[in-house]
Design a protein around this ligand. Structure first.
Ligand SMILES: [Zn+2]
Ligand SMILES: [Zn+2]
Length: 253
C-alpha cells in the first residue's frame, strides 16, 4: 500500500463502535482493534462498575452468613460445654474459614450462566468464549474469576487482621482495571474468554476470529469463499466477519 493510500484509509477510518471519525479522534486498542478512546473508556468503566457492585454485594452477603454461622455455632458450642479445652476459638475460626472459601468459590462462578452475571446483564455485557463467541459456562467462569476472588479473599483477611485491606483492595482494583482497558485481563487469557458489549456484539472488536470449522485455519487473510487449507465452504455469515476484520490484519486477537 502506498503512503497516499494509507493516508486515505486513515481519513476514512471511523470507530467501529460509535462511528466517530476525523483527525481529532484518539485511537486506542480494544482486543487488538482500533476504537476511539471514549468507547474504550466506556467499556472499561462498565466492566469495573459491574465488578465493583457485585463484589460489594458479595462481601455484604458473606459477612451476614459469617455472622449468622458464628452466632449459631456459639450457641451450639455452649450447649455441649467444651469446658477449659479452648477448642471453641479453633472451631469458630474453622467455620469462618470454610464460609470464606466456599463463598469465594461461588463468587468465581458468577459469570457462568451463559456468560451473564447479574450486573453484566444489567449493563449489557457478556462473557463469551474467544473462539466460539458463545456465552461461557461455570468452568470458564471459575477459571477467569478464581484469581480475582483469591485476591479479594486476601484483602478481606487484610481487613480482619491488619486493617491493610482497603490499601490492598485499591492496589488490586487498580491493577485489574489497568489490565482490562485493552480488553483481556489475566483471567480472560487463562480461561480463553472475552467480555463483549451486547449492543455492539456484531462489530469488529467483539467478533471472534473467523476460523474454519473443519480444520481451524485462521481465515482473516482469505478473500475466497472456501478455506485455503482444506477447501471447506465458508458460510455467508463468516464471510461478513472476514470482510470486517480483513482491514485490521495483523491485529492480535
Ligand atoms: Zn467510538
Ligand atoms: Zn479448513
Amino acid at each position: 500500500m502506498s503512503n497516499d493510500r494509507i493516508v486515505m484509509a486513515e481519513k476514512g477510518k471511523c470507530c467501529p463502535l460509535c462511528k466517530r471519525s476525523g483527525a481529532r479522534v484518539e485511537w486506542k486498542k480494544l482486543y487488538g482493534f482500533d476504537v476511539c478512546k471514549i468507547c474504550r473508556w466506556n467499556t472499561a468503566w462498565a466492566r469495573c462498575v459491574a465488578f465493583s457492585v457485585e463484589w460489594i454485594a458479595f462481601v455484604a452477603i458473606l459477612m451476614m452468613v459469617q455472622q449468622k454461622s458464628i452466632v449459631l455455632s456459639e450457641s451450639y458450642l455452649e450447649s455441649i460445654d467444651m469446658g477449659a479445652f479452648g477448642g471453641e476459638v479453633v472451631v469458630l475460626l474453622a467455620i469462618s474459614a470454610v464460609v470464606l472459601i466456599v463463598g469465594h468459590i461461588l463468587f468465581a462462578l458468577k459469570d457462568g450462566f451463559e456468560g451473564y452475571s447479574p450486573m453484566k446483564k444489567v449493563l449489557g455485557l457478556r462473557v463469551v468464549d474467544v473462539k466460539t463467541g458463545q456465552g461461557i459456562g461455570l468452568m470458564q467462569s471459575f477459571k477467569r474469576n478464581f484469581g480475582v476472588a483469591f485476591i479479594g479473599a486476601i484483602c478481606l483477611l487484610g481487613v480482619v487482621c491488619l486493617m491493610l485491606g482497603p490499601v490492598l483492595l485499591l492496589i488490586a482494583w487498580g491493577m485489574v482495571a489497568g489490565q482490562l482497558r485493552g480488553g483481556f485481563r489475566l483471567g480472560d487469557k487463562w480461561a480463553g474468554t472475552k467480555v463483549v458489549s451486547m449492543k455492539h456484539v456484531d462489530r469488529v472488536p467483539y467478533l471472534g476470529v473467523p476460523i474454519c470449522d473443519v480444520c481451524g485455519y485462521d481465515l482473516r487473510a482469505t478473500s475466497r469463499d472456501e478455506c485455503p487449507e482444506c477447501g471447506e465452504a465458508i458460510s455467508e455469515q463468516k464471510q461478513k466477519v472476514i470482510e470486517q476484520v480483513s482491514g485490521e490484519m495483523g491485529a492480535e486477537i
